[in-house]
Design a protein. Structure first.
Length: 107
């Protein structure tokens, strides 16, 4: 059974294996746009698809880098807040110790 494909259901989806389109007899010769040579197009198309396949990977990598930087900034801010809290606590303890020493000296 040798069945040819139709436009809606081609025999194969690979353009290289499909039959070339024949010019229509209803159009005058030379009215259509001339065929473009595709000698370098295959290489660029292959390269483009490879690049396009890598775009989501690059986006994910950039997104993760951004999230890591944001997390590091949050950690630094938390460490700074804890350090300030500890400094205030130490200053209060120092003031209590000074007061206690002053009271002890006065008596």
């Amino acid at each position: 059974m040798n069945t040819t494909g139709t436009i809606d259901r081609p025999l194969t989806h690979d353009p290289k294996k499909q039959a070339p389109m024949k010019p229509s007899t209803s159009e005058p010769a030379g009215s259509a746009i001339p065929d473009v040579t595709t000698t370098g197009a295959n290489a660029s198309r292959q390269n483009r698809t490879r690049e396009m396949q890598l775009i989501p990977e690059a986006l994910a990598r950039a997104h993760m880098r951004e999230r890591m930087q944001e997390a590091e900034r949050e950690r630094q801010a938390r460490r700074l807040a804890v350090a300030r809290r500890m400094q205030r606590r130490a200053e209060r303890a120092s003031m209590r110790a000074r007061r206690a020493l002053a009271i002890a000296v006065m008596q």
